[in-house]
Design a protein around this ligand. Structure first.
Ligand code: BGC
Length: 342
C-alpha cells in the first residue's frame, strides 16, 4: 500500500493510573494511551489542512490539561478510496481506539464501516457527508460538518448586499450576469451551495443571468484555468463570480490578475470558508465577502467525540443531533468584520 503521508504525533507518556475523566464508564483498551487515527481525502486541500492543524492543537491542549498520552496518526488518502480503505485497516491493526474519516468518495463508506464494525472501533466521519442510510448502518458512526444550505443562503445574501451597495450591474440591463465555480460533482456542499445561493438572491428580488459555470473541484489552480476560459468567452460581460469555496474564488482572482484587465472592470468575486488566504483577500478587497466555515469548531467537535469515544466517556453536552450529527454554524464575513476571524 502506498502511504504518501503519515504523521505520528506522540504527545506525552501516559501513567498507568490516569483515567479519561470523571465520567469514565469504561477503561480504554490501550495501556492508558489514546490513539486517534485520522485519514483525509487530500491533505493539500486548504480547508482540510486547517482542520488538521486545529485538531493537532486540540490534541496538544488536551494532553496538557489531562496529562494523558494521546497519539494522533494522520494519513493522506491522496484522493483514492482504495488507499483510504487500506489506511483504515492499518489504523485498526495499529490499535487506534477511534478512526476519524474524511471520505474520498462519500457514497462509498462500506468497506470502512465493515472493517471498523468488525473490530468494534467507532468512526467519526467529517466534512464529506454520508447518506443517512449509511450513517444508520451501525450505532457507533458519527458525523461532524456544517449545514451546507445555510452557507449558500448566506453567500446569496452577502452578494445581494454588494449589489445594493455597489455598481455591480455594469451594463445597466437590470440583471446580474454571473458565472459559478463549483466544487466536486457529487459533494454535498457543492450542489447545495450553488442552488441556495442563487435561490436566495432570486427570493430577494435580484434578477440573474447565468453566463456559465465550471467544476473546479475545490482547487485554486483548476479554478484559475477555468476562469481564464470564461474570461476569454465572456470578457467584461461577467459582473459576479460565485465560488463554492475560497480557494476557487482565489483562483478566479489569480485569473483576473493574469488577464491584465484593469482592476476597476473586474467582477465582484465571492467565496465560502474564511481560510487564511480567503480572509486576506476579503481584507484587501479582492474578494467581496466570504462565509465562515468553522474549521476550528469542527476540529474541536471531532476531537471531543474521538476523545470521549476512546475513553468510553459519556457524549452528553456535545449537542448531537439524532445521536449522530454535530453541525457547526456558518457566519457571514465582510471587510467590516473580517479582523474578528483573522
Ligand atoms: C469546503 C471546501 C473543501 C471541501 C472538501 C468544503 O466544505 O468548503 O473548501 O475543499 O469541503 O471536502
Amino acid at each position: 500500500m502506498r502511504k504518501s503521508f503519515l504523521v505520528l504525533l506522540i504527545l506525552g507518556i501516559m501513567t498507568a493510573s490516569s483515567g479519561c475523566g470523571v465520567n469514565d464508564i469504561s477503561e480504554p483498551e490501550t495501556d492508558g494511551e489514546i490513539k486517534i487515527g485520522v485519514t483525509v481525502y487530500d491533505q493539500y486541500d486548504t480547508f482540510i489542512s486547517s482542520i488538521l492543524e486545529d485538531l493537532n492543537e486540540d490534541v496538544l491542549k488536551a494532553r496538557n490539561e489531562t496529562g494523558r498520552g494521546i497519539v494522533l496518526e494522520t494519513y493522506n488518502s491522496a484522493q483514492s478510496q482504495a488507499t483510504q480503505d487500506d489506511q483504515v485497516e492499518e489504523m485498526i491493526k495499529d490499535g487506534c481506539d477511534v478512526i476519524c474519516v474524511n471520505l474520498v468518495d462519500r457514497t462509498a463508506p462500506s468497506n470502512i464501516i465493515d472493517t471498523a464494525r468488525n473490530a468494534d472501533v467507532p468512526i467519526v466521519f467529517f466534512n464529506r457527508e454520508l447518506v443517512d442510510e449509511d450513517m444508520h448502518r451501525w450505532d457507533k458512526l458519527y458525523y461532524v460538518g456544517a449545514d451546507a444550505f445555510l452557507s449558500g443562503i448566506m453567500q446569496g445574501e452577502l452578494a445581494v448586499d454588494v449589489i445594493r451597495e455597489k455598481n455591480v450591474d455594469k451594463n445597466g440591463d437590470g440583471e446580474i450576469q454571473y458565472v459559478m465555480l463549483e466544487g466536486e460533482a457529487g459533494h454535498q456542499d457543492a450542489i447545495v451551495r450553488s442552488e441556495n445561493c442563487v435561490n436566495r438572491m432570486l427570493e430577494l428580488g435580484v434578477k440573474l443571468d447565468k453566463l456559465g459555470y465550471a467544476i473546479a473541484n475545490w482547487n485554486r489552480a483548476q479554478a484559475a484555468t477555468q476562469m481564464e476560459k470564461m474570461i476569454k468567452n465572456y470578457g467584461p460581460e461577467i459582473e459576479f463570480v460565485f465560488a463554492n469555496n475560497d480557494d476557487m474564488a482565489l483562483g478566479a482572482i489569480d485569473a483576473y490578475n493574469a488577464s491584465g484587465m484593469n482592476r476597476g472592470s473586474w467582477p465582484y468575486i465571492i467565496g465560502i470558508d474564511g481560510t487564511d488566504p480567503g480572509l486576506s483577500a476579503v481584507k484587501d478587497g479582492t474578494m467581496a465577502a466570504t462565509v465562515y466555515n468553522d474549521a476550528k469548531g469542527q476540529a474541536e467537535a471531532i476531537f471531543q467525540l474521538a476523545y470521549r469515544l476512546s475513553c468510553g466517556e459519556s457524549l452528553s453536552g456535545l449537542e448531537l443531533q439524532g445521536d449522530k450529527y454535530i453541525r457547526l454554524p456558518y457566519q457571514k464575513i465582510t471587510q467590516e468584520n473580517v479582523d474578528k476571524f483573522r
